[in-house]
Design a protein around this ligand. Structure first.
Ligand code: UDP
Ligand code: LCN
Length: 792
């Protein structure tokens, strides 16, 4: 162990990652047997769980993560191997001193500590509970209602406040004590029990009114009775499951605002444009599912009310052929939902052009003000719930929610911090290109301001055994010269909830549903896949069309690793003999792209096709924007008994994986990120390791070989994929969960008012003293030429 630590410190100050420390250990103790013996000791245990080491000779400070969400910091003296426990702040100082000695030694360097304000927030304690916040909060609220004298009064007040456009719902102010309410509930339950189950509420509405009840209990006598019973039981002896059920029934949410300012946000011809990918697909599907669920709930509540959902984005006058210059656009396949576009204002007037999500920060405060005014005008009242998306949308949502006192939810889709190595410690060198100072400040503000956080997977919050989660990486970090976060967000905070998205099942349905297949697309798809000539839409051809197809579709970013898949295929003769490869991604002509990363990928693809002589076995199709046709394309690939492959180096969630599975196409997807959770390896699909191409391509080849000998194997995997989707990844499940969160956290806000207020004051100061200055340093496009990026 002394040899290991001597080698750590031999090169002077440096930051080492987990992989480096383990490599050094291997080099220092070559003998396997000896190494495993050394690693059995305490220091070995620590090293095995170490994520990062800050080497400042003679010390090596270690950030140790024995389990998801659990961190310990120690400092080891390399000379005598003494080990001391240190605080997060001390660890960060070690780390900072590698990058900026003066800052690390500054006793008055700014430390951000949100943990110090969480004096009364309950915390979960076990890793496996992370992401089940709503259930935990229901349990906690239940015990609060039980123990704390006067808490039922808060529930009463909450019920009294329920209204739609000023019209009381559930109860009115005549029921002004808990005892009166309980009495009235007993009378009402008895009364309503005498009616046939399906008697409409109107038949006994007047009698209910006389007792102090208003509409919203249910549409039929049976439903009304159930809701009354639930409330009676909760008041008598609270139980978390009943409390959750009660909140799912109460008429609490009718109007929702969803912010997604950046990118081109539209319904057609926008996918593939800079910053416009899965986030847009997700939000449009989310709106449809939320509206459907709201309409169902409103009907069951016995109300005649029109719900409204507004997606608020920026209006881009230079819309490049999209509808992003239209102020109001109804959302297709909804009854009452719209996209509302509000322009970015600068001192010189409206900003005409698109700006990258990295440069968006100077416009957000004004956008929040203008958008709030337009939303209130359009809705004619305050919304009941505000949901933000991505760093910019979450900040705007936080500003509006805190101004109007509304329940807020946030969605990150992908947090940028973990995507770029050491983006916090090296923020200064990356600042001019990415403005991470603004982004991470905005993220920390909205994570703390929001009432609840919606994530797609567990790993997004707390990662896996070996890899910290995206949110987890915001727990303690430092941007030397700016501030040190000693407690940013705690992944055990019950605000975290997992609600995975689905795929639109009217578009992505199984290949086997023959009667619903969109055969009108077949001639075009036949041309797209099999015609022999290259054109603007495709290059390469498939000489043997009897072979199954392995298919992938993604933006042509480095991280999506489409070129990686092409190389795996090129190298693996066995795989090439079994299947053809079809890729949908980007363009073929590098001069058409302005994005450096994409240009490099295009060139790499051409080089690989040449190097491995892939013509005749590969079809490379340009980015596709028609999702209906894409749905049929997945199914046509399934007709060939093929598979979908998602080879990304890292994928936050991965909508294409669930689209493919919805179409009955067996999926092979990266084990780095969301897909590792979507698929159970070997059961509902397969995991592949993007960092081990040979192993991955052989795994795919094995599957197709097995399919040759076992005719049922492909069907079995196809069905198992579908079953996984129906159990866990549908928009119906999602919408239910999110509306329940809106209701539960709405009440929790009230129970937790003082705590919330204290935190809001701290956030307000942080916003004013930090964020505003940082945002004002980001140049506006008229001053600096734009560098478009492609990502979402
Ligand atoms: N997509 C598309 N055409 C393309 C590439 C992708 O329509 O050429 C769609 C794809 O069907 C999916 C979304 O864009 O709905 C991509 O979402 P995903 O979560 O896979 O990745 P993201 O682009 O958000 O990183
Ligand atoms: C952003 C990503 O990078 C994808 O992994 C997600 O599927 C998409 O957003 C939708 O949440």
């Amino acid at each position: 162990m002394k040899r290991c630590f001597a080698s750590f410190v031999a090169m002077g100050k440096r930051l080492m990652k987990r992989q480096h420390t383990m490599e050094e250990v291997e080099k220092s103790i070559e003998d396997k047997h000896e190494r495993s013996k050394v690693l059995e000791g305490l220091l070995g245990y620590i090293l095995n769980s170490t994520q990062e080491a800050a080497v400042v000779p003679p010390y090596v400070a270690l950030a140790v993560r024995p389990n998801p969400g659990f961190w310990e910091f120690v400092k080891v003296n390399a000379n005598d191997l003494t080990v001391d426990s240190i605080s997060a702040s001390e660890y960060l100082k070690f780390k900072e001193s590698i990058f900026d000695e003066n800052w690390a030694n500054d006793e008055n360097a700014l430390e951000i500590d949100f943990g110090a304000l969480d004096f009364s927030t309950p915390r979960m304690t076990i890793s496996s509970s992370i992401g089940n916040g709503a259930s935990f909060i229901s349990t906690f609220m239940t015990s609060r209602l039980h123990e704390k004298c006067g808490s039922e009064k808060l529930l009463l007040e909450y019920l009294q406040d329920l209204n739609h456009h000023g019209e009381n719902l559930i109860i009115n102010t005549n029921l002004d004590t808990v005892a009166k309410l309980q009495n009235a509930l007993v009378k009402a339950e008895l009364f309503v029990s005498a009616f046939p189950k399906d008697t409409p509420y109107q038949n006994f509405e007047q009698r209910f009114k006389d007792w102090g009840f208003e509409k919203g209990w249910g549409n039929t006598a049976e439903r009304v009775k159930e809701t009354i019973r639930l409330l009676s039981e909760v008041l008598q002896a609270p139980d978390p499951a009943k409390l959750e059920l009660l909140f799912s029934r109460l008429p609490t949410i009718f109007n929702i605002v969803i912010f997604s300012p950046h990118g081109y946000f539209g319904q057609s011809d926008v996918l593939g444009l800079p910053d416009t990918g899965g986030q847009v697909v997700y939000i449009l599907d989310q709106v449809r599912s939320l509206e459907e669920e709201l309409l169902l709930r409103i009907k069951q509540q016995g109300l005649v009310v029109k719900p409204q959902i507004l997606v608020v984005t920026r209006l881009i006058p230079d819309a490049r052929g999209t509808k992003c210059d239209q102020e109001l656009e109804p959302i297709v396949n909804t009854k009452h939902s719209h996209i509302l576009r509000v322009p970015f204002q600068t001192e010189d007037g409206v900003l005409r052009q698109w700006v990258s999500r990295f440069d968006i920060y100077p416009y957000l405060e004004r956008f929040a003000e203008d958008a709030t005014a337009r939303i209130l005008e359009h809705m004619e009242r305050k919304p009941d719930l505000i949901i933000g998306n991505y760093s910019d949308g979450n900040l705007v949502a936080s500003l509006m929610a805190s101004k109007l006192g509304i329940t807020q939810g946030t969605i990150a889709h992908a947090l940028e911090k973990t995507k770029y190595e050491d983006s916090d410690a090296k923020w200064k060198e990356l600042e001019s290109k990415y403005h991470f100072s603004c982004q991470f400040t905005a993220d920390i503000i909205s994570m703390n301001a929001t009432d609840f956080i919606i994530t797609s997977t567990y790993q997004e919050i707390a990662g896996s055994k070996d890899r910290p989660g995206q949110y987890e990486s915001h727990e303690a970090f430092s941007m030397p010269g700016l501030y040190r976060v000693v407690s940013g967000i705690n992944v055990f905070d019950p605000k975290f909830n997992i609600a995975a998205p689905g795929a639109d099942q009217s578009v992505y349905f199984p290949y086997s549903e023959r009667q619903s297949r969109v055969t009108s697309f077949h001639p075009a798809i036949e041309e797209l896949l099999y015609s022999k000539e290259d054109n603007n839409e495709h290059i390469g051809y498939l000489a043997d069309r009897k072979k199954p197809i392995i298919f992938s579709m993604a933006r042509l970013d480095t991280v999506k690793n489409i070129s990686g898949l092409t190389e795996w295929y090129g190298k693996n003769k066995r795989l090439r003999s079994l299947v053809n490869l079809v890729i949908v991604a980007g363009f073929f002509d590098p001069s058409k792209s302005k994005d450096r990363e994409e240009i490099a990928e295009i060139k790499k693809m051409h080089a690989l096709i040449e190097k491995y002589q892939l013509k005749g076995q590969i079809r490379w199709i340009a980015a596709q924007t028609d999702r209906y046709r894409n749905g049929e394309l997945y199914r046509c690939i399934a007709d060939t008994k093929g598979a979908f492959v998602q080879p990304a180096l890292y994928e936050a969630f991965g909508l294409t994986v669930i689209e493919a599975m919805n179409c009955g196409l067996p999926a092979f997807a990266t084990n780095q990120g969301g897909p590792a959770e979507i698929i159970i390896d070997g059961i509902s699909g397969f995991h592949i390791d993007p960092n081990n191409g040979d192993e991955s391509s052989n795994k795919i080849a094995d599957f197709f070989e097995k399919c040759k000998t076992d005719a049922e194997y492909w069907n079995k995997m196809s069905k198992a994929g579908l079953q996984r989707i129906y159990e866990c990844y549908t928009w119906k499940i999602y919408a239910n969960k999110v509306l329940n969160m809106g209701a539960i956290y709405g009440f929790w806000r009230q129970l937790n008012k003082e705590q919330k207020l204290a935190k809001q004051r701290y956030i307000h100061m942080f916003y004013n003293l930090q964020f505003r200055n940082l945002a004002s340093n980001v140049p506006i496009p008229s001053e600096v030429p734009q560098q478009p990026t492609r990502a979402a």
